[in-house]
Design a protein around this ligand. Structure first.
Ligand code: 6PG
Length: 250
């Protein structure tokens, strides 16, 4: 049985450089997938860190670097709100990427946050199997990490992988977070990805990042630790502020 490849950790000077590296990694993964299979299937992340990369990708500097009609856009998670709600991940990506690039709705597969959550989760799981095959295999899964060690909408306090075999689940965000009900892909889908990139920035993440990277494996407390791609590659893109408490590396 092949051991998962060791995660790659790339430390960038600041959030701007991180967004740039994330945008370039997106384009590089897309080019490889399109050359190999004619299409690039990506699970997009919510949050402010990826948003900066989306804005770069739709900017004049990058917008012509890819055949966007060969990209199939999916989501790693979504808040249970309508698509035009200010907290919608789809709404954020539409504003930063889809609208500026005039992306066809036929290539966007959003989670229906406006529907009854468990029904929406079941529908999205069917969408993943229909579009990606039974293994729901993405070319790239983009993730962020919250200060509590959550990723996508897999939050601390319950096993990120509950052994159900579900591809998509309804999870509750901790009290105090905006929009409690969320839809999320499960670690089974994340870890099937050919490439998984976790982008994390800011001093507020430093203590958690050091615990996650250098500490004991405890996915219930730190769900991001359930991200261990089987045969795919895991890359952490972090800025110096977030990396400040990491053990020195050779
Ligand atoms: C969401 C994201 C969430 C995000 C982290 C980090 O729906 O908000 O999926 O998991 O990636 O909260 O967010 P930042 O990049 O904004 O710190």
């Amino acid at each position: 049985m092949t051991q998962p490849a060791r995660p790659q950790l790339v430390i960038l000077d600041d959030e701007t450089m991180l967004a740039e590296m994330l945008a370039r990694s997106f384009l590089s993964d897309a080019a490889l997938a399109i050359a190999a299979r004619g299409v690039f299937c990506v699970a997009l992340a919510g949050g402010s860190t990826p948003r900066a990369a989306y804005a770069l990708l739709s900017s004049p500097a990058y917008r012509n670097a890819l055949e966007w009609e060969r990209v199939r856009f999916f989501f790693g998670d979504e808040r249970c709100v309508p698509p035009d709600h200010p907290d919608s991940n789809y709404g954020m990506v539409r504003q930063a990427l889809f609208a500026p690039l005039n992306v066809s709705e036929t290539t966007i597969f959003r989670m229906r946050g406006e529907d009854e959550p468990s029904a929406a989760a079941a529908v999205y799981a069917q969408t993943l199997v229909r579009e990606l095959g039974p293994g729901a295999l993405f070319d790239l899964v983009m993730l962020g990490m919250g200060p509590d060690g959550h990723t996508a909408s897999l939050f601390p306090g319950m096993p990120p992988d509950d052994g159900s075999g579900d591809l998509v689940q309804v999870r509750l965000a901790p009290l105090g977070m905006r929009v409690s009900q969320r839809l999320t892909i499960t670690p089974q889908v994340i870890n099937a990805g050919r490439e998984v990139i976790v982008a994390t920035a800011g001093a507020a993440k430093a203590q958690t990042l050091a615990r996650v990277i250098d500490g004991m494996c405890d996915p219930v407390s730190y769900p991001i630790q359930s991200v261990r791609p089987g045969s795919g590659r895991l890359t952490w893109l972090v800025d110096r502020a977030a990396a400040a408490l990491l053990r020195p590396r050779p």
